[in-house]
Design a protein around this ligand. Structure first.
Ligand code: HGY
Ligand code: MN
Ligand code: MN
Length: 417
């Protein structure tokens, strides 16, 4: 790794600045959802700090914020790095934030040390990476990659019925203009992202840096089960159309489809809503949100199909109505060996043999890899916890990841034409 050493105290302060931006009265941890004023405030902090370093800063119609430091050879295409600043509800303070803070620290080091680089370097904050609010993950980077267009934005709605398009308009963006936010492959040479692992492989193996060679795909479903709401005391057991007990059987069937072999297919029902939600009324309507992850595209599709088939059969057997909607679908991706090997060499140059690994979580780099060759660096997550206030990574590991990131940018700058 170059002699550019990240400043741990600066990183700690920056992480704390973003961690303060959380919805009031939203409970423990950080809640800064996609396309909310708080997410825009976080992008504004990034923009101000990058402008203060003398970088050119702009935001696109998707709400992605980019900062560029020109290279010595303007004919060369940009090398980018970055991540996201939105969170799931009651999140930790590191998911996405670490990649943005590391990019900001790398930019600062390059400016303060007057580092020369040939390619333009772009530091990026993607909007709306989390799928928690609208079901679709990575909206900002999917728009940049041309995978999500303006026509899809009005249909995706949050729990309050607000559409993606309305939420974007509500924070001053123009959803109708997102085609203009699409990245042109010819403008880019590579993209790399630093992220917390959100699993426990690094910690379990005592390795402080990971290099990602593949990223799991994810499919998200909404299942609607319709029974009959009626009195819980007056209705004998054999005369019920109980949507809740049907849902319980469906949830366990979904879990069983991930299989004991755990080779990379993971199924989760993390959210359930029952109506009318009264202790003395049998549930007449239940909604389940399903998350299917897979490292094998065919198996991910088969698992999703089988979930729908099993759920329909269970409901039919119980006299319960069944409908389903696919909310999102992203295939797994294998990241290019060339970028992977360059990042691994950076880790080794810094004295660390990295763990070459799969990401169970989805990431912006997964989408951006459709535009330009992309790679990822991981730093450990304590006890593998993420999407929870207990999510934590040591500032020493954040700094180590930042050093690998800045070295990676300069190594790619040297090696790419
Ligand atoms: O859900 C995910 O995999 C990521 O945290 N967006
Ligand atoms: Mn993330
Ligand atoms: Mn996340």
């Amino acid at each position: 790794m170059t002699d550019l050493i990240a400043d741990q105290e600066r990183l700690r302060q920056l992480i704390d600045v973003f961690a303060q931006l959380s919805e009031p009265e939203s409970g423990p941890g950080v809640t800064r959802l996609a396309y909310t004023p708080l997410e825009r405030d976080a992008h504004e902090i990034f923009a101000e700090r990058m402008s203060a370093l003398g970088l050119t800063v702009w935001a696109d119609a998707a709400g992605n914020t980019l900062a560029e430091r020109p290279g010595a050879d303007p004919a060369l295409h940009a090398i980018g790095t970055g991540s996201h600043l939105d969170s799931v509800p009651n999140a930790g303070a590191f998911d996405g934030i670490v990649g943005v803070c590391a990019a900001m620290e790398a930019a600062r080091l390059f400016v303060e040390h007057d580092v020369l680089h040939r390619h333009p370097l772009r530091f990026v904050v993607f909007a709306a990476e989390e799928g928690a609010r609208f079901g679709q993950a990575c909206t900002g980077s999917r728009i940049a990659a041309g995978l999500t267009g303006a026509s899809e934005l009005p249909a995706k709605r949050d729990a309050d019925g607000i559409s993606l398009a309305e939420a974007m308009t509500g924070v001053g963006l123009d959803p109708a203009a997102v085609a203009g936010a699409r990245w042109r492959p010819e403008d880019w040479a590579a993209f790399i992202e630093l992220h917390i692992e959100q699993g426990s492989v690094l910690e379990t193996n005592g390795v402080r840096l990971g290099v990602v060679d593949s990223i799991s795909g994810s499919t998200r479903l909404l299942l609607e089960l319709s029974g009959r709401a009626t009195h819980s005391g007056g209705t004998p057991m054999h005369l019920r159309a109980d949507a809740m007990t049907a849902a319980a059987e469906v949830v366990l069937a979904i879990e069983s489809l991930a299989g004991a072999d755990n080779v990379g297919t993971r199924t989760t029902v993390g959210k359930i809503e029952a109506e009318p939600g009264s202790i003395t009324t049998i549930a007449g309507h239940v909604r389940l949100w399903v998350d299917v992850r897979g490292t094998d595209a065919q198996r991910q599709r088969n698992t999703t199909r089988e979930i729908v088939r099993r759920a329909a059969n269970i409901c039919a057997g119980r006299g319960i109505g069944f409908e389903h909607e696919q909310l999102a679908d992203t295939p797994p991706v294998r990241l290019p060996d060339g970028i992977r090997d360059e990042l691994a060499a950076c880790c080794r140059a810094g004295g660390i043999e990295p763990c070459i690994m799969t990401s169970g979580a989805s990431h912006d780099a997964q989408q951006i890899n459709n535009v330009t060759p992309s790679g990822m660096l991981f730093v450990p997550s304590k006890a593998g916890i993420s999407h929870d206030p207990a999510e934590w990574t040591s500032i020493e590991d954040v700094a180590l990841g930042t050093n690998a990131l800045s070295a990676g940018l300069l190594r790619l700058d040297e090696g790419l034409s």
